[in-house]
Design a protein. Sequence first.
Length: 84
Amino acid sequence: MSTEYKDIMSRLNKVIKMTVEDSEVFIELKPEDSLTESGLDSVSFIKLVVLIETEFDFNFDEYGMFFNNFKTLDDIIVYIQKRI
Protein backbone atom coordinates (compact mmCIF):
# COMPACT_ATOMS: atom_id res chain seq x y z
CA MET A 1 0.00 0.00 0.00
CA SER A 2 1.58 3.29 -1.10
CA THR A 3 2.00 6.33 1.12
CA GLU A 4 -0.36 8.29 -1.14
CA TYR A 5 -3.01 5.57 -0.77
CA LYS A 6 -2.66 5.57 3.03
CA ASP A 7 -2.90 9.37 3.14
CA ILE A 8 -6.05 9.37 1.02
CA MET A 9 -7.56 6.57 3.12
CA SER A 10 -6.86 8.48 6.34
CA ARG A 11 -8.31 11.73 5.01
CA LEU A 12 -11.31 9.92 3.54
CA ASN A 13 -12.10 8.18 6.82
CA LYS A 14 -12.18 11.60 8.52
CA VAL A 15 -14.55 12.90 5.86
CA ILE A 16 -16.78 9.83 6.19
CA LYS A 17 -16.99 10.31 9.95
CA MET A 18 -18.37 13.80 9.31
CA THR A 19 -20.92 12.39 6.87
CA VAL A 20 -22.57 9.59 8.78
CA GLU A 21 -24.59 10.33 11.91
CA ASP A 22 -23.36 7.17 13.63
CA SER A 23 -19.68 7.78 12.94
CA GLU A 24 -18.65 4.90 15.21
CA VAL A 25 -19.42 2.58 12.29
CA PHE A 26 -16.50 4.03 10.34
CA ILE A 27 -13.78 4.11 12.99
CA GLU A 28 -12.25 0.84 11.80
CA LEU A 29 -13.37 0.92 8.18
CA LYS A 30 -10.96 -1.00 5.96
CA PRO A 31 -10.56 -0.47 2.20
CA GLU A 32 -12.41 -3.70 1.38
CA ASP A 33 -15.41 -3.06 3.68
CA SER A 34 -18.82 -2.60 2.08
CA LEU A 35 -20.00 0.99 2.32
CA THR A 36 -23.69 0.08 2.49
CA GLU A 37 -23.14 -2.55 5.16
CA SER A 38 -21.19 0.06 7.13
CA GLY A 39 -24.12 2.47 7.16
CA LEU A 40 -23.62 4.70 4.12
CA ASP A 41 -26.80 5.34 2.15
CA SER A 42 -27.55 7.48 -0.92
CA VAL A 43 -28.27 10.61 1.15
CA SER A 44 -25.04 10.17 3.12
CA PHE A 45 -23.22 9.60 -0.15
CA ILE A 46 -24.27 13.00 -1.52
CA LYS A 47 -22.98 14.64 1.67
CA LEU A 48 -19.81 12.61 1.33
CA VAL A 49 -19.30 13.75 -2.28
CA VAL A 50 -19.50 17.41 -1.25
CA LEU A 51 -17.04 16.91 1.60
CA ILE A 52 -14.63 14.91 -0.58
CA GLU A 53 -14.71 17.62 -3.24
CA THR A 54 -13.83 20.18 -0.58
CA GLU A 55 -11.18 18.06 1.16
CA PHE A 56 -9.41 16.95 -2.03
CA ASP A 57 -10.13 20.04 -4.18
CA PHE A 58 -11.73 18.44 -7.23
CA ASN A 59 -15.23 17.87 -8.63
CA PHE A 60 -16.81 14.48 -9.19
CA ASP A 61 -17.66 13.72 -12.80
CA GLU A 62 -20.96 12.13 -13.88
CA TYR A 63 -19.65 8.62 -13.16
CA GLY A 64 -18.69 9.63 -9.66
CA MET A 65 -22.12 10.89 -8.79
CA PHE A 66 -23.65 7.40 -8.76
CA PHE A 67 -23.65 5.77 -5.34
CA ASN A 68 -23.81 2.29 -6.91
CA ASN A 69 -20.39 2.82 -8.54
CA PHE A 70 -18.71 2.69 -5.14
CA LYS A 71 -19.14 -0.57 -3.25
CA THR A 72 -16.13 -0.22 -0.93
CA LEU A 73 -13.90 2.43 0.56
CA ASP A 74 -11.21 1.24 -1.86
CA ASP A 75 -13.45 2.13 -4.82
CA ILE A 76 -13.65 5.72 -3.56
CA ILE A 77 -9.90 5.88 -2.85
CA VAL A 78 -9.04 4.68 -6.36
CA TYR A 79 -11.47 7.23 -7.82
CA ILE A 80 -9.89 10.04 -5.77
CA GLN A 81 -6.39 8.96 -6.86
CA LYS A 82 -7.45 9.27 -10.49
CA ARG A 83 -8.96 12.72 -9.93
CA ILE A 84 -6.19 14.44 -7.98
